[in-house]
Ligand binder design. Structure first.
Ligand SMILES: *[C@@H]1O[C@H](CO)[C@@H](O)[C@H](O)[C@H]1NC(C)=O
Length: 312
């Protein structure tokens, strides 16, 4: 693919510092483990280019053609895309992002995939949800992209959940702020797929419990709330969520009310979920990500059980 032409970097506002390494993977039954090595580097690199910022992060080699097959408005500021990626060499793990190459746009985007790897296996589809910003790839997605638009994508990132069939069950705590929900929704959806597989086949990875903490400005900015609540209702013994709104100005509808807390996610709530079997995945704005990863460390959660990715 002649995508090198798009690899010229420019000013970037939008997304992503992958801040995990798989340093201690062998010590863990689940295959993702992360620690905080790059925190200071990432801080100094805020608002630089996605490719520059993630230069040292593992990427797959395949650059695959992708076609826009669906676009919907997910909230007043977020548009979601469905992309067909026919190339069978293209695959990803729940939680990873893609480099997003747009013909005629020199800046390369970096967006987390929010769908399950299973959707790719079955329908060759991936989904993204992109917030409106002045960043050229986000502007293109919001203003120029149409059905049948063609782009190219390449998978990268070390923030993912990819348990093997024989791994011991792990509980997951997923902590999301704003559009940081994207990779965590992929992990949540994939876990539900693994759970269905096991129910159908009687074998495969047995998921532990999953608790999602998700905070957004208000209920219209809580993305995918219907999808999330459907999973909670389908698997009440496995999946639970606590949805938070920080700047709600209107009344919360009766159907959402039981799931919503007004105010931020608190450290006490998170603390209640600490155990030896639990892996923590955090994705949100840098201050939030830093806050919860420090809190967990202070509460003696091993660094390799804390995985995070920052958005800005
Ligand atoms: C949430 O905030 C957005 C942006 O400020 C606004 O457009 C929307 O109407 C708000 N929604 C609710 C339910 O208050």
């Amino acid at each position: 693919m002649a995508c090198a032409a798009f690899l010229i970097s420019g000013l970037f506002r939008g997304y992503v510092g992958a801040v995990c390494t798989r340093a201690a993977a062998s010590k863990l039954t689940s295959s993702t483990s992360c620690h905080l090595t790059f925190t200071s580097i990432m801080k100094s690199k805020r608002k630089t280019d996605h490719l520059e910022r993630t230069a040292s992060v593992v990427r797959r080699e395949v650059v695959a053609a992708a076609k826009v097959c669906g676009a919907v408005s997910e909230s007043p500021s977020v548009k979601s895309l469905r992309l067909l990626v026919a190339d069978k060499d293209f695959s990803f793990k729940a939680g990873q992002w893609i480099d997003f190459f747009i013909p005629g746009v020199s800046v390369v985007g970096g967006f987390s995939i929010c769908s399950s790897p299973r959707l790719l296996e079955q329908e060759r589809m991936i989904e993204l949800a992109v917030k409106y910003t002045n960043h050229p790839p986000a502007l293109w997605i919001h203003n120029k992209c149409t059905l049948d638009s063609e782009v190219a994508v390449r998978v990268g990132g070390e923030f993912f959940f990819d348990p093997q069939p024989t791994d011991a069950p792990r509980n997951l705590v997923l902590i999301a702020g704003g559009v940081g929900i994207n990779p965590l929704l992929s992990i949540l959806r994939y876990s539900a797929d693994l759970h269905r597989d096991r129910a159908n086949k009687g074998s495969g990875y047995e998921i532990g419990t999953i608790k999602l903490f998700y905070s957004a400005k208000n209920t219209s900015e809580l993305l995918f709330k219907k999808n999330i609540l459907n999973l909670v209702n389908e698997f009440p013994e496995k999946i639970a969520c606590s949805l938070h709104v920080t700047k709600q100005t209107t009344q919360i509808s009766a159907e959402l009310k039981p799931y919503i807390t007004e105010g931020r996610i608190t450290e006490e709530e998170i603390k209640d979920h600490i155990s030896k079997e639990t892996l923590f995945y955090i994705c949100g704005p840098p201050p939030m990500t830093d806050f919860f990863s420090k809190q967990l460390e202070n509460n003696h959660v091993p660094k390799e059980h804390i995985c995070f990715e920052k958005w800005w």
